[in-house]
Design a protein around this ligand. Structure first.
Ligand code: SF4
Length: 283
């Protein structure tokens, strides 16, 4: 369940998939208590930027979800994290740990210049680096999400090397969605076949180095020998259903695909602006 807790953001990412004009970002504990799904469901705390919320309210929310037995994925750009007190960040990390959850930091560049082009926010890269180091010290699981787009895909290899030094638990390469700020923007959404060699190289760099990695929103056939690292393929293998199934569709090139039952095809928003070319699955 995605829980948007703040409309505003302190960055202006070119690829932001949140449309603050269409979507709401309010919650109340009583409404939440009624709408929370049963079981140990993953709750993604997101925004905008959650760290712009009142810090005490944010902690209360995390405690509430943790007490309800939910696992928390705390999605943040992390720019504000180094400015928060050690004590506060430790409390937040402790609750996330207790929920068996993790921090997800959107980290979509390998250097400050590219970061600025993407986030249009001064010094964001340096703050994010500091935040990652702070979180690593607190021993709470950490996922870095690199949103692959036209401005950064050629630096995927450099990012993989940076990730090796930062030692997150998981790196996710998430192909830009054609929605929100990137809606219909061909210049931001590169062809899968152009990105494919760079993403495969980045995965080769991470492979066998103790950092798990996966890819989302780019079909398995563009991941070469790493096709099983596609998030949808992993879900299909575990028979997990969800919205990932309806946001993609099979096209003509998928007809004779040997893993058609493990992939839902390219994203529909990608097909609106680009012709799909099948990649190569290496077994
Ligand atoms: S089903 Fe289509 S998109 Fe998916 S791996 Fe096969 S050819 Fe590629």
């Amino acid at each position: 369940m995605l829980l948007r807790v703040k409309k505003n953001c302190n960055q202006k990412c070119v690829f932001c998939s949140f449309d603050s004009k269409k979507e709401n970002a309010r919650y109340s504990f009583s409404a939440l208590a009624q709408s929370l799904p049963e079981g140990k469901e993953l709750i993604q705390i997101s925004g905008g930027e959650p760290l712009l919320c009142d810090p005490v309210e944010l902690l209360k929310l995390c405690v509430f979800l943790c007490k309800k037995g939910k696992t928390i994925e705390f999605q943040t750009n992390a720019v504000l994290l180094p400015q928060l007190s050690e004590n506060y960040v430790k409390k937040l990390a402790d609750i996330i740990n207790l929920s068996k959850g993790y921090f997800n930091i959107n980290f979509s560049s390998a250097d400050a210049d590219t970061d600025y082009k993407i986030t249009r926010t001064k010094n964001a890269f340096d703050f994010r680096l500091k935040a990652v180091k702070k979180i690593k010290k607190l021993k709470v699981p950490l996922r870095l999400t690199f949103v692959v787009n036209s401005l950064n895909f050629t630096s995927l290899e450099k990012f993989a090397r940076l990730a090796l030094s930062l030692k997150p638990d998981l790196v996710q390469f998430s192909f830009v969605k054609g929605q929100g700020s990137a809606f219909g923007k061909k210049r931001l959404i590169p062809p899968y076949e152009k990105v494919s060699p760079y993403i495969i190289k980045a995965m080769e760099i991470l492979s066998g180095k103790g950092i798990n990695f996966e890819a989302d929103h780019i079909p398995s056939c563009h991941l070469g020998k790493f096709w099983r690292k596609n998030v949808d393929t992993q879900k299909a293998l575990s028979k997990i259903k969800g919205p990932h199934m309806s946001e993609k569709k099979h096209v003509g090139e998928c007809l004779n695909c040997e893993i058609r039952n493990l992939c839902f095809g390219p994203r529909k928003d990608y097909l609106k602006i680009r012709k799909f070319k099948k990649g190569k699955i290496l077994k």
